[in-house]
Design a protein around this ligand. Structure first.
Ligand code: ATP
Length: 356
């Protein structure tokens, strides 16, 4: 099974190395037959070939079922016309990865602001306020004069309906509650449409409760009673912000995994960014990317009804928990002693030693 590894920028190379170490241990333990291929993207690829997202890599992603995408420092990319294509945007739009699934839960032994939380943010991924991906041609931000900026937000019935369906499907396999987060009191048209489509989809899931919460209240409620949420469904920008809040409540940004999924493609990608402030210092926590890889393996296992791969993914999840539960193998961001590389080793060891 081919795994395409794209390390990216900032802490990307370090956290992908640690993740690959864990995946190699998983491969040995379960005899999966991973064929790991690493390709440069981001600033490294720009330096060597003038493109942050080379066409050859896009082609390889199209032909590969399992891709692990590291974080990218798009803030420092040149303009798109000069080779600075944003990898996240490129994969999400090209492969129509409309669902960004971002779980956050408290984990045994990990110091967290939330006492008890286990939720999944289901974020629309291809439209909304993201100026780089919601237009066929051009950019959705314009500047009529040097003192006026206009940002356009796109919401479609199709985009809203399909992400709502994903959220209800996720909820059906969990605690059967969807909280749709919106700002329809102000964005009456855009979020009104998002709510209309969500309510329509909800009719097909009478076993799942639908709750509607305004985004500013949600920011507060996530802190006050995070345990009351199961699946949080929302538009692109709100989902980006709320999922970082949830990750922070669960222990920190280093604990927020995600996959970007479409109907026939999925890519693992940590919810956090490239953290240039700690890059190259062996300080980053690779948990988010490890758990994103677990989610990707689960997604592939579901698609093919591959119970062996599902068992392997669950084992890796438990191994991450086991390493995080012991103070002596915790990462530095939560006060533990281990750097990125050593934590990768600790998870690999747990994969090797834990009972299946
Ligand atoms: P970008 O511009 O790529 O989004 P950023 O630094 O603005 O990068 P994040 O990368 O999300 O945004 O990081 C925000 C803060 O969280 C940083 O101070 C960073 O050190 C910390 N952080 C993010 N990811 C991790 C991680 N995996 N381990 C430890 N700390 C992290």
């Amino acid at each position: 099974m081919k795994l395409l590894i794209l390390p990216g920028d900032g802490i990307g190379p370090e956290i992908t190395d640690a993740t690959c170490r864990a995946l190699q241990a998983l491969d040995r333990r379960f005899d999966i037959g991973f064929d790991m291929q690493t390709r440069e993207i981001g600033l490294a690829a720009y330096k060597s070939g003038g493109e942050t997202m080379p066409e050859s890599v896009m082609q390889e992603i199209a032909e590969t079922e399992a891709t692990i995408l590291g974080p990218t420092d798009t803030y420092n990319y040149p303009a798109e016309a000069k080779g600075g294509t944003r990898p996240s945007k490129a994969v999400r739009t090209t492969f129509d990865l409309y669902a960004n699934i971002r779980p956050s839960r408290t984990r045994p032994g990990v110091p967290a602001m939330a006492k008890d939380m286990d939720l999944v943010v289901v974020r629309e991924n291809t439209e909304g306020f993201y100026a780089d991906r919601n237009m066929f041609l051009g950019d959705a931000e314009i500047m009529p004069t040097e003192d006026v900026a206009i940002s356009l937000r796109k919401v479609t019935a199709k985009g809203s309906s399909r992400i709502a369906r994903q959220a209800f499907e996720v909820a059906r396999a969990r605690r059967k509650k969807v909280t749709v987060v919106h700002k329809a009191n102000v964005l009456k048209v855009g979020d009104g449409l998002f709510l209309r489509e969500t309510r329509k989809v909800a009719e097909d899931y009478p076993d799942v409760e639908l709750e509607e919460v305004i985004v500013d209240a949600m920011a507060a409620l996530l802190i006050r009673k995070p345990e009351s949420f199961d699946v949080v469904l929302t538009t692109n920008m709100f989902g980006d912000i709320l999922s970082d809040e949830a990750a922070e409540l669960s222990g920190g940004l280093g604990f927020g995994p995600s996959i970007n999924a479409g109907d026939d493609h999925a890519i693992a990608q940590a919810a956090h960014g490239s953290a240039p402030d700690i890059a190259g210092q062996d300080l980053a926590n690779p948990t988010a990317l490890m758990l994103s890889s677990v989610m990707l393996l689960e997604w592939i296992a579901r698609r093919h009804g591959n119970n062996g791969l599902a068992t392997a993914a669950a084992h890796m999840d438990r191994a991450v928990d086991a390493a995080l539960a012991k103070p002596e193998t915790q990462t530095k961001d939560v006060g533990g002693p281990l750097g990125t590389e050593a934590f990768g080793e600790a998870v690999a060891q747990a994969i090797t030693e834990l009972d299946v």
